[in-house]
Write a protein that binds this ligand. Structure first.
Ligand code: FAD
Length: 313
């Protein structure tokens, strides 16, 4: 039997790949990032001889059902900021690393096109470092991988629509995400603030990242996420302007350093309304948090649902 290609090694892609592998299917994943995990991300910043880590994507994980709860147990998570919410230790990306174990993942590869041949699907992919969002694709010829019996795409919907044929791209059109500007800042002293803050202004959420279990408690590292209105209005603003605007909202001294990350697809605003898409005739499927709800658990469940559809097909 030909292997299955899973495009995207975020939670949805890793979940589908693990379930298919457990059922005895050969799977190969491709992801444009440097590591698996997608929006469950941890950024390491070196400053003055010290390593500072920030969970700049998802902040905490909550399991409402047994399957995801079991994963959080097995994946080495600890409660934070209360008993109902959990964080992977030593950083959010640890859960992606846990799920990636034993899987065949090609990172740093941007999947650019799918070709259907008599033997099966071929995936065109190229060095992700050469691809710049909003710019024309580089002229470097893409590599071809395959043939695959099926291809499962697990990117946020707008990115997935760029690669899927109209039969699967069209149903994804209603899915919408809000962007999120995120500032990572370190301070030389403890701020007189609680560990987590929820706002309804330019800042949507701020957290003392270094207070999470297993982090560098001697540091004072903060993650400050802008609200959707600010992020939309400032989407193309220079990074320095965004950093200054968000830090001005926080009662804090000048940071040791601050950096920003722009998530174009952050929290889901409009969902597909079904757990996944699967076209058995084409051998193409779609899973992500865009299917049901913008939470890590939903992404994982969408991947599980798609794997079951593939195995049942
Ligand atoms: C700022 C922020 C805060 C959040 N906070 C929380 C929270 O506190 N709790 C919670 O439960 N959820 C939170 N979320 C949502 C949660 O992170 C997502 O629901 C979940 O991680 C989505 O997983 P996914 O696999 O669907 O997508 P992703 O994690 O986005 O995975 C998609 C993968 O596809 C890859 N990819 C995209 N295009 C290509 C391409 N062309 N070729 C190859 N690879 C490609 C990407 O690199 C990525 O790894 C937050 C998200 C953000 C951004």
């Amino acid at each position: 039997m030909l292997p299955i290609a899973v495009l995207g090694a975020g939670l949805a892609g890793l979940s589908a790949a693990q379930a298919l592998t457990a059922a005895g299917r050969a799977v190969r994943l491709f992801d444009k990032g440097r590591a698996a995990g997608g929006r469950l991300a941890t950024r390491r910043i070196e400053h003055a001889g010290q390593s500072h880590r920030f969970d700049h994507g998802a902040q905490y994980l909550r399991a409402e059902r047994a399957g995801f709860a079991a994963l959080l147990e097995a994946g080495g998570t600890a409660p934070w900021p209360d008993a109902k919410r959990r964080v992977p230790v030593p950083g959010m990306s640890a859960l992606g690393r846990h799920l990636a174990q034993g899987l065949d993942i090609r990172t740093g590869r941007h999947a650019s096109a799918l070709h259907r041949t008599a033997e099966g699907w071929m995936v065109a992919h190229l060095d992700a470092a050469l691809v710049r969002p909003g710019r024309p694709m580089p002229s470097t010829p893409a590599e071809l991988a395959g043939p695959f019996s099926a291809v499962l795409v697990t990117f946020p919907a707008e990115q997935a629509r760029a690669i899927l044929p109209p039969e699967l791209a069209a149903p994804l059109a209603p899915i919408e995400y809000a962007p999120c500007w995120t500032v990572m800042a370190a301070f030389d002293r403890k701020l007189d603030l609680p560990d987590t803050l929820r706002y309804h202004g330019p800042i949507g959420w701020a957290a003392r990242d270094s207070a999470k279990p297993g982090r560098e408690a001697a540091q004072e590292n903060w993650v400050i996420q802008a609200g959707p209105e600010f992020s939309r209005a400032q989407l193309e603003a220079p990074t320095e302007q965004v950093i200054a605007a968000l830090l001005a909202e926080l009662p804090a001294p000048a940071p040791l350093f601050a950096m920003a990350h722009r998530w174009r697809y952050s929290l889901l605003e409009v969902a597909l309304g079904q757990p996944c898409l699967w076209d058995a005739g084409l051998g193409l499927g779609y899973a992500s948090d865009g299917c049901l709800a913008g939470r890590a658990e939903s992404a994982w469940e969408s991947g599980q649902a798609l794997a079951q559809r593939v195995l049942g097909a």
